[in-house]
Each structure stands twice: as structure tokens, then as C-alpha cells.
Ligand binder design. Structure first.
Ligand SMILES: [Zn+2]
Length: 431
């Protein structure tokens, strides 16, 4: 589509093109926002001004881009660092076999732009961490279709860092709404986050269960499930028997999986366990949770609807967490996730660390990674000692605080992949 300054969209808006959207925006109704006044301006805002950022162009991302573009959003950026794999093609419907190996963001953008006249999706084949505040600040709304909790938390932290406060009062114009969708097999959720106002990702971190690992004693001595037998082969037999030399298990190597599968079968027959298959073996080794196209479609639809509601102010947005589950029958409900008073990401409250002065740095590191409300991945701690900034390196993790010269009330700055900002902690000695 030719672009000429100022009249970019003229010529492609044929008669009746947006009738489906106009029905929502240009007439009153019993379900509209109490302050809503029908007008033609909302549609113009969608078509010409509203700038949306979609994070991820995989299972959810393809659905989101299609839904948003067909709802009238035209200025859409999409960020994705992945390239297309053949296994994506069953559900990531903007991709074709010829696209395998190409960047998802670019192919998705090309597809939507060529199919939906006037739409201008701008792809970024990059990581979210490659962009700074000035990039994120340009968007009205950000939608996440991610499969990584770390990336979600980073994005959440970025939007919180954009907030500006004056005398402790949040400036509402600094808020960029975040719509977050997530799916896992037949389960999904969609949520609306107004950073600084409603519960953020870190406020509800306890909702994300830690990765399932089977207890070692079960794997080693009393397996009950086929998965236990596969884990036995992977964790105990592989390193002992070294069937392929010193290489570690490669989930994409069929010989490795075949070996693991056979060992797991032997183990299973010993304990009269059924259900070990080649496919399950690969699933356990690669920690695959099957992606379900219909779950993605439902969650992306909910997210795109929320973007539409917030962008137009025509309807009251979701408040604020929708759960969807069709593992067995179909179940869905909505609840209001609450802000956590001392959330390490959005509360502005300094975080307390309570340790005896005889504790070791290692204990702090374990606390930061294992605490359900923090779940950091590889925290790096710096502090000020004798007036100098000092990084507390791995070498000192077994040294007790007294020896390090840390004192009661000491501030520790912690950097981690889960946040773009450093988190400040105050060390309180308990004894
Ligand atoms: Zn929070």
C-alpha cells in the first residue's frame, strides 16, 4: 500500500469497512462505560493515532496481531526474538512451510500488512531487553503473548520504571496499560495491569508455580508414574552409563531419546508402570507442555477485547484477572488480583532482609532465588563499603556478614534478569 503523508489510510477504507466496529463506538448501549458518549472520534483514534505494542508473535502473538488489525488498530509494533520452527506451523497461522527459519516478527508483520489493507505492523526481530525506556514510552497500550515468566516480569518492571510520581502522587499520564495473556495446554489467563494502580505481575508471583521437579527419592526408589521412570533414566542412568560419551542429553537427538525411552521402559516394567512412550520421553526430557491452538485463540481474543475497551474507553475493562480452563469441561471466572503492599516491583517500599549477623551471603542468595515472592534467577548484589561501591562476588558467598564489613541497616542493591531496575534491600540483623 502506497503511503503518502497525511492521508495514509485514504483509499483503503471502503464503504462499510468498519461497520462492525462502529456498532460498538457510535451508538449507546446497556453495557457501555457509564461515561461513554457515542462518537466517530474513537474509531478515528484507533485507525490513526493509537499505537500498540505486541510482545511475542508466537501462538498468542499471531492471534493478537490478527484480532487487533481486524478491530481497526493499524499502528502496531511487534517484538519477537525467535525464528519459525516447523513445529509452530500447526497453530501459528501467519507462518507457512516456506517461512521456516525466518524471524517470526517479520513474517507475521508481512502477512498481516499484505492481508489487511492500511495496517502497518512494524516488526522487531529483537529481545525486549534490547530496547530502552524511550522505545516503550511511545505506545498507548502494551500486550504480552509470552511463554516466559522472566520476560513478563522484565516488561512489568519496565512499565513500572516509566511511572512518574510527584509528591508521592502517581501521574496518570505516565501509566501504560499492560494486557498480559498466558496459556499452558488447556489452561490460560488474561489480565489487565495498570502499573502503579492495580496488581502487577510481581504482586501475584506466588500464582506461578515453580517448575515441577519430582523428588529424587521417588525417582530413585519408588516410582509411580511413567515420568518418574523417564527421569530415572535421564538423571541417574545417563550420567552413570554415558551412552554417548561425555555429551549431555540433547532432546532433539533421536538417538538420545531412543536410549532414554528404552531405559525408561525397562524401569517401568520392573515396577509394573505403564504409559512410557517415545513421545512422552521426549516431552519429559524437553519439558514440553503441548500448546493448544484453541486455548491461544480464547486468551488472545480476551486480550484483544481488553485492548479495544481501554483504547476506546467505551467499556469497563476486565477487573482484572480472567482464568480459563477446559481440561475437563469448561471453566472460567474472573477475580480481582490485589496489589501487594510490599511488592518488590511496584510498591516503592524498601524491601527488608532479616538475617542474623552471623549469616553468610550464600543464605541471602538462596533467599532471593527461593522466596516465592521474589523468585530471582541469578541475583548480583552490590553495596557500599567504606564509601566505595562494591560488588559482592561469588567468592565471598561463604563469608559471614561481620567479616564482610556489612552492618545493620546496610543497603544492598540487587540486579537480576527478572527486572530492568535494581531492587533495593535493607539488611536488618536479627541478632
Ligand atoms: Zn506489584
Amino acid at each position: 500500500m502506497a503511503v503518502d503523508g497525511g492521508h495514509r489510510n485514504s483509499g483503503c477504507d471502503w464503504d462499510g469497512r468498519w461497520n462492525h466496529v462502529r456498532k460498538f463506538l457510535e451508538r449507546p448501549g446497556p453495557f457501555t462505560h457509564p461515561d461513554f458518549e457515542p462518537s466517530t472520534e474513537s474509531l478515528q483514534f484507533l485507525l490513526e493515532t493509537c499505537k500498540i505494542l505486541v510482545i511475542g508473535s508466537g501462538g498468542l502473538g499471531c492471534e493478537l496481531l490478527k484480532n487487533l488489525a481486524l478491530s481497526g488498530f493499524r499502528l502496531i509494533h511487534v517484538v519477537d526474538m525467535d525464528t519459525i520452527d516447523v513445529s509452530n506451523l500447526n497453530r501459528q497461522f501467519l507462518f507457512r512451510p516456506k517461512d521456516v527459519g525466518r524471524p517470526k516478527a517479520e513474517v507475521a508483520a508481512d502477512f498481516v500488512n499484505s492481508r489487511i489493507p492500511g495496517c502497518k505492523v512494524v516488526p522487531h526481530f529483537k529481545k525486549i531487553q534490547d530496547f530502552d525506556e524511550s522505545f516503550y514510552r511511545q505506545f498507548h497500550i502494551i500486550v504480552c503473548g509470552l511463554d516466559s515468566i522472566i520476560a513478563r516480569r522484565w516488561m512489568n518492571g519496565m512499565l513500572i520504571s516509566l511511572l512518574s510520581y510527584e509528591d508521592g502522587i502517581l501521574d496518570p499520564s505516565s501509566i501504560i496499560p499492560l494486557i498480559d495473556g498466558g496459556t499452558e495446554g488447556f489452561k490460560g489467563n488474561a489480565r489487565v495491569i495498570l502499573p502503579g494502580m492495580t496488581a502487577c505481575i510481581d504482586c501475584t508471583l506466588e500464582l506461578y508455580p515453580p517448575q515441577i521437579n519430582f523428588p529424587m527419592c521417588t525417582i530413585a526408589s519408588m516410582p509411580r508414574l511413567p515420568e518418574h521412570c523417564i527421569e530415572y533414566a535421564r538423571i541417574l542412568q545417563w550420567p552413570k552409563e554415558k551412552p554417548f560419551g561425555d555429551t549431555s542429553v540433547d532432546g532433539d537427538n533421536p538417538e538420545h531419546i531412543q536410549w532414554m525411552f528404552e531405559r525408561a521402559q525397562e524401569r517401568a516394567s520392573e515396577f509394573n508402570i505403564t504409559g512410557v512412550t517415545y513421545r512422552l520421553t521426549q516431552g519429559v526430557v524437553k519439558r514440553i507442555i503441548p500448546a493448544v491452538a484453541s486455548t491461544n485463540a480464547v486468551i488472545a481474543a480476551a486480550c484483544a477485547t481488553e485492548v479495544f475497551k481501554i483504547a476506546t474507553s467505551a467499556y469497563i475493562p476486565l477487573n482484572n484477572y480472567l482464568v480459563f480452563n477446559d481440561v475437563d469441561g469448561l471453566y472460567t471466572y474472573t477475580f480481582e488480583a490485589e496489589r501487594k503492599e510490599n511488592c518488590s516491583a511496584c510498591s516503592l517500599v524498601p524491601q527488608d532482609l532479616q538475617f542474623p549477623s552471623s549469616a553468610k551471603l550464600q543464605e541471602v542468595l538462596e533467599y532471593l532465588t527461593e522466596n516465592a515472592a521474589l523468585q530471582m534467577k541469578s541475583p548480583a548484589i552490590t553495596t557500599t563499603l567504606e564509601g566505595k561501591n562494591k560488588t559482592l562476588y561469588l567468592q565471598v558467598i561463604y563469608v559471614i556478614f561481620d567479616k564482610l564489613g556489612l552492618s545493620d541497616g546496610q543497603e544492598l542493591a540487587v540486579a537480576d534478569v527478572t527486572t530492568p531496575q535494581t531492587v533495593l534491600f535493607k539488611l536488618n540483623f536479627t541478632a
